[in-house]
Ligand binder design. Structure first.
Ligand SMILES: Cc1cc2nc3c(=O)[nH]c(=O)nc-3n(C[C@H](O)[C@H](O)[C@H](O)COP(=O)(O)O)c2cc1C
Length: 348
């Protein structure tokens, strides 16, 4: 299998897991790594939160051996805080530090952090320099193609980040204004890749082996990163690895999906610092994704949003499989009264 070197790490040239706040936590990252994601990044961590010893921020820094190679991602817009935060990250031994310059969430952007940094390249460069000087691991940047359609500055911004000391760049092919709508612009990702010497990781709208191959072909990126296509589908990484090796890929059976879903819940319970009742509530969203696209998916999804214990999840999985085996009972009744789904938490 072809390999690639990203920020000092040699990995197969297949696909990495993109960072996703509120989704790609320890359990999620471990599962994706197991299924073939070649590297992963933490949820974004507030530099100020770390400096002010916020418990939540410190919890996000945990790295398990199974997740490596793994980066810790910081967001912030003040070089002094980022520098101090980078020092505070060192005891967690990240393989690299990633700086978030793509987050479109208002709460973050209004502080000048996340995608707002794409409007202030000089400040963004100072942020990179400050972190480079205060840590002993490579520093990478995750960016978008610009702030809005009138300000697409990915190429000049990428060069600026490279000059400031970034070891690699991940480019999500959307502007901040697009949030997650429209289509990621892979042509601009290609232009960035051509303009810099450091490795570029392409990101946006890769959903499986076919689109992954297309992104490599169209952009020439060193690596591809996948976010949303891994929702309830960590197998997407196996699919891509199989394609890269010319091996046939067999999608998971409903049985395998359920077993993995249950294992995912057990892992969430194991790694969560919250009481089990709360952790299960937070696991509902993840659980509900596992049957997307299958028969009776909507009913299954609804039932997931009323789960309040691991045992209930086991019962739901058993009932679902049984119902489908015998040709589809009124699955809306599975797992008790179906409540309307809670919308997944937003945020980058
Ligand atoms: C729920 C959610 C949370 C996200 N959180 C982060 C984050 O913490 N840091 C970051 O750099 N990007 C974050 N992103 C952006 C993703 O890493 C990725 O750039 C984006 O989803 C596009 O890739 P995709 O089309 O493969 O999903 C988030 C995206 C989603 C959907």
């Amino acid at each position: 299998m072809q390999t690639v070197n990203i920020a000092g790490m040699t990995v197969p040239q297949t696909a990495a897991l993109a960072p996703m706040a509120g989704v790609a936590d320890t359990a999620y990252r471990q599962l994706c790594r197991e299924m073939g994601a070649v590297m992963c990044v933490s949820e974004m961590i507030s530099a100020k939160g770390l400096c002010y010893q916020s418990k939540g921020s410190a919890e996000l820094c945990r790295i398990t051996e199974q997740e490596r190679p793994m980066g810790l991602q910081l967001f912030g817009s003040e070089p002094e805080f980022l520098a101090r935060a980078a020092e505070l990250l060192m005891p967690y031994k990240p393989d690299w530090i990633d700086l978030n310059m793509g987050c479109p969430v208002h709460k973050v952007v209004q502080t000048g952090a996340g995608s707002a940094l794409m409007r202030t390249p000089e400040l963004a460069a100072e942020c990179v320099q400050a972190v480079v000087q205060h840590c002993d691991v490579p520093v990478t940047v995750k960016m978008r193609i610009g702030f809005d359609a009138e300000h697409i500055n990915a190429v000049s911004f990428a060069k600026c980040m490279e000059s400031a000391g970034a070891a690699a760049l991940t480019v999500h092919g959307r502007t901040k204004s697009m949030l997650y709508s429209g289509k990621a612009d892979w042509e601009i990702i290609r232009q960035v890749r051509e303009a810099v010497q450091i490795p570029v990781i392409g990101n946006g709208d890769v959903s499986g082996a076919e689109s992954c191959r297309a992104m490599y072909a169209q952009t020439g990126v060193a690596l591809v990163a996948i976010g949303r296509a891994s929702y309830g589908n960590p197998w997407v990484f196996r699919e891509i690895a199989c394609a890269a090796e010319g091996l046939p890929y067999t999608p998971p059976t409903p049985q395998e999906r359920m077993e993995t879903m249950l294992r995912h819940i057990r892992m969430i319970l194991e790694y969560s610092d919250k009481p089990p009742a709360l952790a299960i509530r937070e696991a509902r969203k993840q659980t509900s994704w596992y049957m997307a696209g299958s028969r009776n998916a909507a009913a299954f999804r609804s039932a997931c949003f009323s789960l309040s214990s691991y045992e209930e999840a086991e019962t739901l999985a058993g009932e679902y499989l049984k119902a489908n085996e015998i040709g589809g009972l009124p699955v809306a009744e599975i797992g008790g009264a179906a409540r309307p789904p809670i919308p997944p938490s937003a945020g980058e």
